[in-house]
Design a protein around this ligand. Structure first.
Ligand code: ASP
Ligand code: MG
Length: 406
């Protein structure tokens, strides 16, 4: 806290106006979740948000105190007081407006402003909401955009964005610059370094993000709009990085009648249960039975809800059974260069074959290839792919300064 305070004061002294968004310390949010679990299996979402916002509130006040101590002028604000207005969805609220009047008017430019991240207030219900895990990043970019900041710096426990999670791939190296589009794919594919919605927000408002370490003053990674000249540059790497996700599960709807409308029924049911799905695969139907299997992936935390919702439609849709599998891992290769360079898929699938990995699902976008494998193979595949695409760093191991990555 004192080191953070020192850094903030130095930045202010260097002549910048500073607004700081804090998240909770270390494992605080996970510890609060554990506490909730001990008293209630399914806590009311409103009360969950009341609990979880405590972590950010603690950080906010402590950082402000650490700054105020040597006599600097500082004011702290909760999300609602900072004008972070959201929709009403507890636990996964979306920011719909930022009205930072209190920050810009009341204290004037003399003060250093500290804002509690991850939280806002619903315009409709006036209740306190949270933005979903990792949401402080989104608060930071949203405030940066509203305050018309020059840059949003995100401080973390590694030197920047890496070509793979340095906790698993020790030869991962820091990326100097990455486009908003590539970062969006990385975040959507499970890279936890930046919250997905933070990157969406940054792209929409064209806000540069500088991801850097709180433990060193080294230059980190810049997330920027693509440089129109850089795109033609032969030195630009084809691949930005590999991301992995072990938080998803797979549902297979077995024996679905192969008739128009069945997939529509299935996915409407899932959507009405407020569950977001990711990859979808439908098998070719067996000619003699006229039945097919449809598999899709979804967040593991929504697995039970989706299975129950689907089972209620079993007779209506006419499928045979549901299989649920939470031992899957997803791996994604991201890079804008795959649009224009042939052979990326060939290298990708050859590397998987050499690692002896069986592929269960495949999906692609213009700049991404993702596969689902067994969860226990994920780390090995990640390393194999990283090597296959020549991303291994020549100069030693990546530094992870702290944190558990939990
Ligand atoms: N404290 C919240 C979390 O652990 C928000 C954040 O860290 O950005 O998810
Ligand atoms: Mg975080």
């Amino acid at each position: 806290m004192k080191r953070v305070a020192h850094r903030i004061v130095e930045t202010k002294k260097a002549g910048s106006d500073v607004c700081v968004v804090v998240s909770a310390m270390g494992d605080t949010t996970d510890d609060l979740l554990d506490l909730a679990e001990q008293v209630s299996p399914v806590p009311p979402p409103r009360e969950m948000d009341m609990l979880l916002t405590a972590g950010e509130r603690m950080s906010m006040a402590l950082v402000a105190m650490a700054i105020a101590d040597p006599g600097h002028s500082v004011r702290s604000f909760t999300g609602s007081r900072a004008g972070v207005i959201t929709d009403a969805a507890h636990g996964k609220a979306k920011i719909i407006d930022v009205t930072p009047g209190r920050i810009t008017e009341a204290p004037g430019k003399k003060h250093i402003v500290i804002v509690a991240g991850f939280r806002g207030v619903s315009r409709g219900t006036k209740e306190i909401t949270t933005l979903g895990r990792g949401g402080s990043d989104t608060t930071a970019v949203a405030l940066a955009a509203a305050l018309e900041a020059d840059v949003c710096e995100i401080y973390t426990d590694v030197d920047g964005i890496f070509t793979a999670d340095p906790r698993i791939v020790s030869t991962a190296h820091k990326i100097d610059r990455i486009s908003h589009d590539e970062m969006l794919e990385m975040a959507a594919s499970g890279a936890k370094i930046l919250h997905l919605r933070c990157v969406e927000y940054a792209r929409r408002f064209n806000m540069p993000i500088h991801v850097r370490s709180s433990f060193s003053s080294k230059e980190g990674t810049w997330v920027l709009a693509p440089d129109p000249e850089g795109a033609e540059d032969m030195e630009e790497p084809i691949i930005a990085g590999v991301a992995h996700d072990n938080s998803e599960a797979k549902i297979t709807v077995v024996g679905v009648p192969d008739q128009p409308g069945r997939a529509g029924q299935i996915f409407t049911t899932v959507a009405e249960a407020q569950v977001n799905i990711d990859m979808i695969v439908q098998n070719v139907s067996e000619a003699d039975t006229g039945l097919t299997d449809i598999s899709f992936t979804l967040p593991m935390t929504d697995g039970q809800i989706a299975v129950e919702a689907l089972m209620r439609t079993k007779d209506e849709v006419g499928f045979e059974s549901i299989q649920y599998d939470d031992q899957i891992g997803k791996l994604s290769l991201v890079g804008a260069g795959m649009r224009t360079n042939p052979g990326v898929s060939a290298t990708f699938f050859r590397a998987l074959a050499e690692a002896g990995v069986n592929i269960e699902m495949i999906s692609t976008s213009e700049i991404r290839i993702s596969v689902v494998t067994r969860a226990d193979q994920l780390d090995d595949v990640l390393r194999a792919l990283h090597t296959a695409f020549g991303s291994d760093s020549a100069d030693g191991e990546a530094i992870v300064y702290g944190g558990t990555g939990r």
